[in-house]
Design a protein around this ligand. Sequence first.
Ligand code: TYD
Length: 145
Amino acid sequence: MDIERIPLQKHGDSRGMLIALEQDRNVPFEIRRVYYLFATKGGVHRGMHAHRNLNQLAVTVRGSVTFLLDDGSGPHEVVLDDPSQGLLLRRMVWREMYDFSDDCVLMVLADQFYDPADYITDYDLFLREVAGAGHSGDRAACLGR
Ligand code: TYD
């Protein structure tokens, strides 16, 4: 699968750094929701689901975390440890997060409001749905690119 990292422009000066996230500019969707994970306990695995209709952009504002991403073609590990790199999490991609550093603050921007009904939490069901629906084309259309 394509691992889609989005470089985020750093505005640095003698005072420090600033990064801006803007809808349809460096964030390739309408931003309806922002949430962040922090104080994650050691050894914890989070995620372990896919979304039928949700695109997200993940940024480690601080620290590091490892993602496992799978669009049905097999697992890919991605380490996210740079606040100037976004990781695009498209719909119908299975994701797991682990190896959170103690200081990790993982911010996620999303194009839909929170909807528990949108989750697929059974990996075998995910594989059946992603195989059956030909989602790769839909994913591209969903983001308008
Ligand atoms: P959960 O989806 O289990 O997190 P993850 O998949 O990253 O491990 O969410 C944890 C809790 O937070 C759960 O009670 C649902 C709630 N929640 C919201 O209320 N709004 C949100 O936008 C999200 C992502 C979760």
